[in-house]
Design a protein around this ligand. Structure first.
Ligand SMILES: Nc1nc2c(c(=O)[nH]1)N[C@H]1C(S)=C(S)[C@@H](COP(=O)(O)OP(=O)(O)OC[C@H]3O[C@@H](n4cnc5c(=O)[nH]c(N)nc54)[C@H](O)[C@@H]3O)O[C@H]1N2
Ligand SMILES: Nc1nc2c(c(=O)[nH]1)N[C@H]1C(S)=C(S)[C@@H](COP(=O)(O)OP(=O)(O)OC[C@H]3O[C@@H](n4cnc5c(=O)[nH]c(N)nc54)[C@H](O)[C@@H]3O)O[C@H]1N2
Ligand SMILES: [Mo]
Length: 823
C-alpha cells in the first residue's frame, strides 16, 4: 500500500475492484465503514456479487479478465470531460514529457516488438524498450511541455491511446452496461477535485492475469490524473495476503528481487562495479532526487551483512561469491516446477507452502514432484505436497522421491516481526512454547546453515560462498530474532564522523541516509534501516498518540518503512509552495519562515516528508534550485503515466486472457497479451474459444477457509460451514444445464476435471459480450484430497492454466475456460 489501513477512513470514494475485502481482509472494513459514516461512497466491481458488494453504495459486474478495458474507459472519461487535476498532472507526473519518434502503437502492438523472441523463458514475444525513450535536451534532461499541448507529449499520446475506449466499446468487452460504467466513472472522477480523495483497494482479482501488472498500472494512471497519489485517503493500495507477505517480499521472497528491492545479479554482471553501474539510474536533472542513485551504498552494505569481515574492497565485498541467475532465464514458481518436471532439479525444500494444491496447473506440479530424488516438507502438518506419493492416481511403489518431514512450530509460538500491507513492521512475542518435536523455522534454518558449513569445511566444492557467510544469529544455541532484526537494520563497522557527529563502531545505523558504499556500514535491508536503532526496537512501540494533523498516522505505534513515513509520495500532497491541496486532511505542510517572498528557513510538519528539501517554489512563485520533484524513487522525479519499463508496453492495453470466450479482441487484432508467458510441456494444454469449454471460470476465497486449507480443512466446525468443493453459477446457467442447487457436477478445463457441488445463486449473472451471452462460474481453491479423508474434494488448481504475466509471472488463475456437466 502507498497508504495504510487506518488511512482508508480519510477517503471520499473507495473503489474495491479485484478484491473481496469484506471477506478476505475483514479488518479493512473497520476503516471503510468509518469513511462511509463520514459520507464516503463505496463502489464494488466484481464478476460476482460478494459480501463486499453487499455493503457498497454501488455494485456492478464485469467479465473476468477485462479490467484494463473497464479502467481504460475511466481514463477516457476523465480526459474527455476534463476531470483531471490539471495543476497536479502538469507539475508532478510525466504527462508533459516528450516521447521520442520511435515510439508508436499500431494494431495492438507497441513499437519494437519481436514475436517469439523470449525476453526470458517461454514468452510469446518481447519488446525492445529503448524504442519508448523520452526526447532529451542538450543536458540529457527529458524535454517537457508543461502546457500539455505538444502532440508528442505523454498527455496527448495518452488521450489518443484511450480515445478508443468508448463506453460502447468497453461495454462490449466487459459485459458491464454503459450506464453502470458511466456511474462508476463519474463517482470516482469526482475525487479529482482539490480537497477530495479517492482510493483503490485491490488484491488477487487484479494480479492473477496475463495482464495483471498492467491492470494496476491503469489504475495508477487514473490516480495520477486525479491527483490522488500521496494524499490522505488516496493512493494505490494492494491488500496483501498472508499476514507477513509484505515483509517477506521486502526481504526477498521473489527470485528477481533482493532485500530492499535490489536487483538479483545476473551472470553477465561479472563484477560489483558492472552490477552497480547497471542498477544505478543516472539523472542529469538537478531537481530530480533520483533516490536510487544511492544504490551502491545499499548493495555494498548488504554484502557486508552477508559476508561480514570476509567482505573487503579487494574482493569486491564478496560479490563473486553470490549466486547469479543466467541472463535471459527466469526462476519463478512456474519455471522451477517446469524444470523439476524436466528432471533438471533433484531436490526441493517445500517450506511453508503447498504447491500440490496452490500452484496453477497443479497436476503438472504433482508429476514434477515424482521426478525428484528428495523433498523436505517443512510445515505444521502433512499436506498434499508432502504426501504427493500417495495421492490420487499415484502408485507409491513407482515413486523414488525420498520425502522428509520437518515439523515447524506455529506463528504464535515464535517471536519476531510481521510487516502488514500498510508497510508497518510490528513486533510479536512468543505465546505458548512449541509443541512436541516441532521447532521454530528460524532454528531449523540456522541449524541447517551450521550443518552445511560443517560439510563444506570437510570437502566442499567451491566452498567460499558458504564458508564466508556470516552465520552468527544464535544466542545460547537458539535462533535470536533480535540479532536478525538488528542485522537487517545494520551497523557501523568503523568509527565514522558524519556531519560533525561521531558514530562508534558496533553501534546501530540510525537510518539509510547514513549507509556507505565503502564497506564501513552493513545493512541486511536498507529499507528497514531505522527500524532497530540505538533507541531500541522501533517496531515494538505501542503509543496511541496521533501526529499533529490527526489523520490516523500514529507515528509511534510500530514502525513503517521507509524511515517511518506512513504515506509515501507525500510531497505530492502539497502544492509547489509546500501547502497542502487539502487544508483539512493534510499529510505534510511546509512551515518555514519567509522574507521578501522567499522561504528562508526549512521546516516541514506532519508525516515524515518524502525528502526534507525546500518546496519547489517560493511564496512569490519563483522557482527554487534547492528543491526536488516529489516522486523521488523515479529517475526523473515524476509519477509515471508513461511507463517505459514494463515488459508489455508503456501504456496498458486490453488483451484477452489466454483462455477466453471470444474469438477476437474487439479493440485490436492481438487477442492475447503478445508478451504473455505460456508454458508448453506435455502437461501444459490450453483451450481458447473452444466449444468444449464454453464458460468463463474464476477462483476465489471464502471466509471460512485459509488458502489451500491446511489450517482450516482439519477443523470440524469450519468444515461444517464450508464442507465441500463447490462451483457457483447463475440461475440462468443452472437452468440451461439442467442443474439443481446442491447436485454434484463435474467442472472440466483443458487440463483436468474436478467434482464439485453446484451452488446456484443470484450472485452470478450472464454477460452480454458483443451480442453473445457469456456465462461465468467460480470455484474456491481451498480444497485438496488429503482432508476431508474421503479424498473426494480436490483442488481447483488442477483446472487452472499454464500462463502468466510477463513482468511478474503470476499465474492467470482468475480467468480461464471450463465446462460444467451434471454427474
Ligand atoms: N478467509 C480468507 N482470507 C484470506 C485468504 C484466505 O485464504 N481466506 N487469503 C489471503 C491471501 S494470501 C490473499 S492474497 C488475499 C486475497 O484477497 P482477494 O483478492 O480479495 O481474494 P480472492 O477471493 O481470491 O479474489 C477477490 C475477488 O476477485 C474476483 N475476481 C475474479 N476475477 C476477477 C477479474 O477478472 N477482475 C476483477 N476485478 N475481479 C475478479 C473474485 O470474484 C473475488 O471476489 O486474501 C487473504 N485473506
Ligand atoms: N487458483 C488459485 N490459486 C491460488 C490463488 C488463487 O487466488 N487462486 N492464490 C495464490 C496466493 S495469493 C497465494 S499466497 C498462494 C499460497 O500458496 P501456498 O503458500 O503454497 O499455500 P498455503 O496453503 O498458504 O500454504 C502454507 C503452508 O504453510 C504451512 N504453515 C503455516 N504456518 C507455518 C509456519 O509457521 N512455518 C511453516 N514452515 N509452515 C507453516 C501451512 O500448514 C500450509 O501448508 O496460492 C496461490 N494460488
Ligand atoms: Mo496471497
Amino acid at each position: 500500500m502507498t497508504n495504510h489501513w487506518i488511512d482508508l477512513k480519510n477517503s471520499d470514494c473507495i473503489l474495491i475492484m479485484g478484491s473481496n475485502a469484506a471477506e478476505n481482509h475483514p479488518i479493512s472494513f473497520k476503516y471503510v465503514t468509518q469513511a462511509m459514516q463520514n459520507g464516503a461512497k463505496l463502489i464494488s466491481v466484481d464478476p460476482r456479487f460478494t459480501r463486499t458488494s453487499a455493503r457498497a453504495d454501488f455494485y456492478t459486474a464485469l467479465r473476468s479478465g477485462t479490467d484494463i478495458a473497464f479502467l481504460g474507459g475511466m481514463i477516457n472519461y476523465i480526459l474527455k470531460n476534463n476531470l483531471y487535476n490539471k495543476e497536479y498532472t502538469a507539475a508532478y507526473t510525466n504527462a508533459p514529457f516528450i516521447v521520442g519518434k520511435s515510439y508508436g502503437f499500431k494494431d495492438g502492438l507497441f513499437s519494437g516488438y519481436t514475436k517469439g523472441k523470449p525476453e526470458a523463458g517461454p514468452s510469446l514475444g518481447g519488446y525492445d524498450k529503448s524504442q519508448w525513450a523520452f526526447e532529451m535536451d542538450e543536458n540529457k534532461v527529458p524535454m517537457m511541455d508543461r502546457s500539455l499541448e505538444n502532440e508528442r507529449c505523454v498527455f496527448q499520446l495518452l488521450k489518443k491511446h484511450y480515445s478508443r475506449y468508448t463506453p460502447d466499446m468497453v461495454s462490449k468487452i466487459t459485459g458491464t452496461s454503459e450506464a453502470d460504467l458511466i456511474n462508476v466513472y463519474k463517482t470516482f472522477a469526482e475525487t479529482g477535485a482539490k480537497g477530495k480523495a479517492g482510493t483503490i483497494m485491490y488484491a488477487m482479482g487484479w494480479t492473477q492475469h496475463t495482464v495483471g501488472t498492467q491492470i494496476i498500472r491503469t489504475m495508477a494512471i487514473v490516480q495520477l490524473l486525479l491527483g490522488n497519489m500521496g494524499i490522505a485517503g488516496g493512493g494505490v493500495n494492494a491488500l496483501r495476503g498472508e499476514s507477513n507477505v509484505q515483509g517477506s517480499t521486502d526481504h526477498c521472497l521473489l527470485w528477481h528481487i533482493w532485500p530492499g528491492y535490489l536487483k538479483t545479479p545476473s551472470a553477465s554482471k561479472d563484477s560489483l562495479s558492472v552490477y552497480n553501474a547497471s542498477a544505478t539510474p543516472k539523472s542529469y536533472d538537478s531537481l530530480s532526487a533520483n533516490w536510487w542513485q544511492n544504490y551502491p551504498k545499499y548493495s555494498v552494505s548488504l554484502l557486508k551483512s552477508f559476508f561480514g569481515e570476509q567482505a573487503t574492497q579487494a574482493n569486491d565485498f564478496g560479490y563473486n561469491w553470490l549466486p547469479k541467475v543466467d541472463d535471459g532465464k527466469a526462476y519463478s514458481w512456474f519455471d522451477l516446477f517446469d524444470k523439476m518436471f524436466d528432471e533438471k532439479i533433484k531436490g526441493f525444500f517445500a517450506w511453508g507452502q503447498n504447491p500440490a494444491c496452490s500452484g496453477s496447473n497443479a497436476g503438472k506440479i504433482r508429476k514434477a514432484l515424482e521426478k525428484l530424488e528428495w523433498m523436505v516438507n517443512v510445515n505444521l502438518f502433512d499436506n498434499e505436497t508432502g504426501s504427493f506419493w500417495q495421492g490420487p492416481g499415484v502408485d507409491p511403489t513407482k515413486v523414488k522421491t525420498e520425502v522428509f518431514m520437518l515439523p515447524a512450530s506455529v506463528s504464535v509460538e515464535k517471536e519476531g516481526s510481521i510487516t502488514n500491507s500498510g508497510r508497518w513492521m510490528q513486533w510479536r512475542y512468543q505465546g505458548p512454547k512449541p509443541m512436541g518435536d516441532s521447532r521454530p523455522d528460524g532454528d531449523i534454518i540456522l541449524e541447517l546453515g551450521h550443518k552445511i558449513k560443517e560439510l563444506y569445511h570437510k570437502d566442499g566444492v567451491l566452498a567460499e560462498p558458504i564458508l564466508n557467510l556470516k552465520w552468527d544469529y544464535d544466542t545460547n544455541g537458539a535462533y535470536d530474532p533480535h540479532k536478525v532484526a538488528k542485522e537487517i537494520n545494520g551497523y557501523f563497522l568503523k568509527d565514522i564522523t558524519i556531519k560533525d557527529k561521531l558514530y562508534k563502531k558496533g553501534t546501530l545505523v540510525p537510518s539509510f541516509a547514513f549507509l556507505q558504499a565503502d564497506g564501513s556500514t552493513s545493512s541486511g535491508n536498507w529499507l528497514y534501516c531505522n527500524s532497530y536503532t540505538e533507541k531500541g526496537n522501533m517496531s515494538a512501540r505501542r503509543s496511541d498518540k496521533d501526529a499533529v494533523n490527526n489523520i490516523g498516522l500514529y507515528p509511534e505505534f510500530a514502525w513503517c518503512w521507509p524511515v517511518n513515513r506512513r504515506i509515501i509520495y507525500n510531497r505530492a500532497s502539497v502544492d509547489p509552495k509546500g501547502q497542502p491541496w487539502d487544508k483539512d486532511q493534510w499529510v505534510i505542510k511546509f512551515e518555514g519562515e519567509q522574507k521578501d517572498g522567499k522561504w528562508v528557513s526549512n521546516k516541514w510538519t506532519g508525516d515524515v516528508p518524502d525528502g526534507g528539501w525546500y518546496p519547489l517554489e517560493n511564496p512569490d512563485g519563483s522557482k527554487r534550485e534547492d528543491s526536488k520533484y516529489p516522486f523521488i524513487m523515479r529517475k526523473h522525479g515524476h509519477g509515471q503515466i508513461f511507463g517505459p519499463g514494463r515488459a508489455d508496453g508503456p501504456f496498458p492495453e486490453h488483451y484477452e486472457p489466454l483462455e477466453c470466450p471470444v474469438e477476437k479482441n474487439f479493440l485490436n487484432p492481438q487477442r492475447v497479451n503478445p508478451t504473455a508467458v505460456v508454458y508448453s510441456s506435455s502437461e501444459d494444454s490450453h483451450a481458447t474459444c473452444d466449444p468444449r469449454f464454453p464458460f468463463v471460470g474464476t477462483t476465489y476465497r471464502v471466509s471460512e477457509h485459509w488458502q489451500t486449507g491446511l489450517m482450516t480443512r482439519p477443523q470440524p466446525w469450519l468444515m461444517e460451514l464450508q464442507p465441500q468443493m463447490f462451483v457457483e453459477m447463475s440461475e440462468e446457467l443452472a437452468k440451461l444445464k439442467g442443474i439443481k442447487n446442491g447436485e454434484r457436477v463435474k467442472v472440466t478445463s483443458a487440463r483436468a476435471s474436478v467434482e464439485c457441488t453446484a451452488v446456484v445463486t443470484k450472485r452470478f449473472k450472464p454477460f452480454n459480450i458483443g451480442g453473445n451471452l457469456v456465462h461465468q462460474v467460480g470455484v474456491p481453491w481451498h480444497f485438496g484430497w488429503r482432508w476431508p479423508s474421503t479424498g473426494a474434494e480436490e483442488s481447483a488448481n488442477l483446472l487452472t492454466p499454464p500462463a502468466g504475466d510477463p513482468n511478474t509471472r503470476i499465474p492467470e488463475t482468475k480467468a480461464f475456460m471450463v465446462n460444467v456437466i451434471k454427474l
